[in-house]
Design a binder for this molecule. Structure first.
Ligand SMILES: Nc1nc2c(c(=O)[nH]1)N[C@H]1C(S)=C(S)[C@@H](COP(=O)(O)OP(=O)(O)OC[C@H]3O[C@@H](n4cnc5c(=O)[nH]c(N)nc54)[C@H](O)[C@@H]3O)O[C@H]1N2
Ligand SMILES: Nc1nc2c(c(=O)[nH]1)N[C@H]1C(S)=C(S)[C@@H](COP(=O)(O)OP(=O)(O)OC[C@H]3O[C@@H](n4cnc5c(=O)[nH]c(N)nc54)[C@H](O)[C@@H]3O)O[C@H]1N2
Ligand SMILES: [Mo]
Length: 746
């Protein structure tokens, strides 16, 4: 009998046929399965599903008074709805040009290489003349744009900027983790076979590695005798690292020759660190003032970094902030100053623990997905500039040394993402979102984004279709087998796009005359070309799962920058100097005050040490949710059980709660001048005073959708976050720089 598997971004599940229908259980090959995924099938018949194509009344009736998000929908049959979409693509492209169609369409959608919603609509629109695209991600947008200047192109946007876990388990003496939330390692775009991050970390700790978790919450620290916690004010890590550099330079415990060999610009950076260039020596006392960490702790921290092999790991969260380039740059600099570059298990790492894949010592299973074709339109935005794009048609945007034109967006086409969860300052987005003429969204469920669209086309969910899921960094391929018929009239994104393509007279170009199973066989043939040891397609389909190199513990061990460190002349980096740039002439030439040419401490506008904290004294961090993936599965299962007073739970420090008369279980209003939302209170004795945690992803629920400053009822942190980006250089999301105030609701 063939085995049935279900592949998700949070893990692989076995599908069991019970008398009550299909149900999910953990796959025994996964040492640490994700509990919340077990509830996935509750979406099969859930009332949040979109049952049939829907068109907004005001849009259909051309009523300019009607507002997106505050209107009713009219059900429509598939033929007419897809005809309308085709007509709009044709009309807008003809009248305004294809660059007036924005289909950057960011989002995680669901796992599975073929039914990848973004690829499907991009393939369709590329055939139809193209669209304005988006670059980079909310996850890693700042680092993705910035790191090439410092490390060379090879490290742009990849998730592979880390030594592998086996090296850490064997060699690292001291691992400093700036921001760590181990539940985040349960997820990975494309899927996960085996969750191994905690196993690897425990191996290293059991061997005697010291772990210092630097974060605002002691709860981020794993429970192990070799783990310790350093409480730091959000957004101030650069200052702590600058003090470490100061101590080393001051004591002259650095190998200048080695630093010169591997880097350029050290003298410029050293002049800043010592205060020669700006009059402010970055002493431990100075850093104590900025970070809120006391001096003796800073001294202890500096001492800890003298371990023979030290590794500085920065979570992706650190670059999702104002001047988010700086902690990354400073970590690279400090690793170089500490003589750790190219050392097995030493140096710097970005994103160990942010997802499962970073640091996995396996062969990269990078395999082809659906061919999206070529986009004839060159325009793009950095992904987090969506509201700027919509609000400033014909305007410009500074980005990475360029001035990008912002096309006059007439149509927005989104599939597989939820901007009304993921974008910052949702009240601003709500305003800007009113401008385009037509907004098309494919969604399986009635998210706020679907509710703010003109044409909503219901997609299937992955348990309603066959697909192949390939996890790029854990060597498992899964045949995801449909267990349910599509809900109501829902269709696969591919089928939807094929219908629209037919109306555009592009049917054969779009489908290449293949049915879904032909596509899966075609994609799989591509994987077998790269990995000839894979079984043939019928066997793979039958078995449902295949793991490459299954017998080996660490088939691909990585020392970051090993070749370069061994022979910098022979193996230069793809930077202008061929070395690690601690001072960048390129960045200097941009002249951006918010991204100076060497690592620097730049006080954000919103942080606990600034003037604004007098009015809004709480720093809001919006980490990833433990019990769902972003906004996905918020309506069901673990995410619902985790709510407090029916809303997303915000965590307050005991001191902050007491000062405001807030008790666990209370309903609390969080607010600033951008917006306000209601949350349920949790009270913590581990969280630093002055910090509030509100995970992302609660379904955005405006109390009065016609009110531009309406109260939000579910506890979505992006009601409050700022839409200013990390810097002009990267234009990355700066969600983690946000100040708020809280009051208890009677
Ligand atoms: N405040 C704050 N905001 C943040 C962050 C933060 O740290 N703080 N983090 C940011 C980060 S790193 C990210 S990656 C983003 C995540 O933002 P998103 O990726 O947009 O979030 P998801 O909830 O995963 O949205 C995916 C959507 O796709 C839909 N979907 C699922 N399967 C399919 C399918 O097969 N077809 C179609 N058409 N749709 C499907 C789901 O129902 C869901 O609505 O959020 C960002 N937002
Ligand atoms: N369960 C689950 N896992 C997920 C996701 C999910 O939705 N659910 N989403 C996935 C996605 S898309 C991404 S991009 C990754 C994101 O992974 P990350 O970017 O690493 O995650 P965050 O949750 O934003 O923040 C992680 C930790 O950073 C700390 N932190 C925040 N700001 C600072 C700071 O300024 N300094 C220091 N030292 N620490 C700070 C917080 O205490 C928090 O615990 O997670 C992925 N994993
Ligand atoms: Mo992300």
């Amino acid at each position: 009998m063939s085995e049935h598997f279900f592949a998700t971004h949070f893990g692989t599940y076995r599908v069991d046929q019970t008398s009550a229908g299909p149900s999910l259980s953990a796959w025994e090959g996964d040492p640490q399965p994700t509990p919340f995924g077990l509830h996935y099938l509750e979406l099969a018949q859930h009332r949040c599903r979109v049952a049939q194509p829907m068109v907004r009344r005001g849009w259909l009736e051309n009523n300019s008074q009607s507002i997106r998000g505050a209107d009713t929908f009219i059900p429509m049959d598939w033929d007419r709805a897809t005809r309308l979409v085709a007509h709009e693509i044709e009309r807008i492209a003809r009248v305004h040009g294809n660059r007036s169609i924005f289909a950057g369409s960011y989002g995680w959608a669901s796992a599975g290489r073929f039914h990848h919603a973004q690829s499907q609509i991009k393939r369709l629109l590329n055939l139809a003349g193209g669209f304005t695209a988006s670059r980079h991600s909310y996850s890693y947008g700042t680092a993705g744009a910035f790191l090439p200047h410092v490390l060379g192109q090879d490290y742009a946007g990849t998730n592979a900027c880390a030594p592998s876990w086996d090296q850490i388990a064997h060699h690292t003496d001291c691992l400093v983790a700036f921001g760590l939330r181990l539940t985040n390692a349960q997820c990975d775009p494309g899927g996960v076979g085996r969750h191994t991050v905690e196993q690897w970390l425990t191996r290293a700790l059991d061997r005697g590695m010291r772990l210092i978790v630097v974060s605002p919450d002691r709860a981020d620290m794993p429970d192990h005798p070799n783990a310790e916690h350093l409480a730091i004010r959000p957004n101030t890590d650069t200052a702590l690292m600058l003090a470490c550099a100061y101590a080393r330079i001051q004591n002259d415990t650095i190998d200048r020759k080695q630093i010169q060999r591997l880097t350029t610009g050290f003298d410029r950076l050293a002049a800043y660190v010592m205060g020669d260039s700006d009059g402010v020596p970055k002493t431990p006392a100075w850093a104590a003032d900025v970070t809120g960490v006391n001096r003796s702790q800073i001294e202890r921290f500096i001492e800890a970094l003298r371990a023979p092999t030290s590794l500085l790991n920065l979570g992706w969260s650190l670059q999702r902030a104002t001047a988010g380039e700086q902690p990354y740059w400073m970590a690279i600099a400090l690793a170089a100053i500490s003589g750790q570059i190219g050392r097995p298990g030493g140096g710097f790492a970005f994103g160990l623990g942010s997802v499962n894949s970073v640091g996995q010592p396996v062969r990269h299973l990078k395999t082809p997905g659906l061919d999206q074709g070529q986009n004839p339109v060159a325009d793009f935005i950095p992904v987090a500039a969506i509201a700027d794009l919509l609000a400033n048609p014909g305007g410009t945007l500074e980005y990475n040394g360029r001035t990008l034109p912002l096309p006059d967006t007439r149509m927005v086409y989104w599939a597989g993402g939820n901007p009304f969860h993921h974008h910052q300052d949702l009240n601003r987005l709500r305003q800007a979102w009113q401008r385009p003429e037509t907004i098309v969204v494919h969604e399986p469920v009635w998210t706020a984004t679907a509710q703010h669209a003109d044409i909503v086309l219901p997609s299937t969910l992955p348990f309603e279709r066959n697909d192949i899921a390939v996890s790029s960094n854990d060597r498992t391929l899964v045949f995801n087998r449909a267990t349910h018929a599509p809900y109501a009239e829902a269709r696969d994104d591919h089928q939807i796009c094929a219908m629209i393509a037919a109306h555009l007279r592009l049917a054969d170009e779009f489908t290449e005359k293949r049915e879904t199973d032909d596509w899966l066989a075609h994609l799989y043939a591509g994987y077998r070309e790269r990995f000839p040891e894979l079984p043939d397609y019928p066997t793979f389909r039958e078995r449902g799962i295949h793991t490459l190199d299954a017998e080996q513990d660490a088939p691909r061990s990585t020392t970051l920058l090993a070749d370069f460190a061994a022979a910098p002349e022979a193996c230069p980096l793809a930077t202008p100097s061929g070395r690690i740039e601690l001072f960048s002439e390129t960045i200097a030439s941009f002249g951006y005050p918010d991204c100076p040419p060497h690592p620097s401490w730049i006080a954000p506008e919103e942080w606990l040490g600034g003037e604004r904290a007098q009015t809004y004294p709480l720093h809001l961090l919006s980490p990833q949710p433990t019990n769902r993936l972003h906004s996905q599965l918020d309506a069901i299962g673990a995410s619902q059980y985790d709510k407090v007073a029916g809303r997303e739970a915000a965590v307050f420090s005991r001191e902050d709660a007491e000062a405001r008369g807030i008790e666990a279980g209370d309903t609390v209003k969080l607010f600033n001048e951008r917006g306000a939302c209601l949350v349920g209170a949790r009270v913590s004795s581990t969280l630093l005073r002055g910090v509030v945690l509100l995970p992302t992803g609660a379904w955005y629920t405006p109390e009065d959708p016609t009110d531009p400053m309406t109260l939000e009822l579910a506890g979505n942190p992006n009601t409050l976050t700022q839409d200013r980006r990390s810097s002009r250089l990267s234009q990355g999301s700066a969600a983690h720089s946000c100040l708020v105030e809280a009051v208890r609701r009677e």
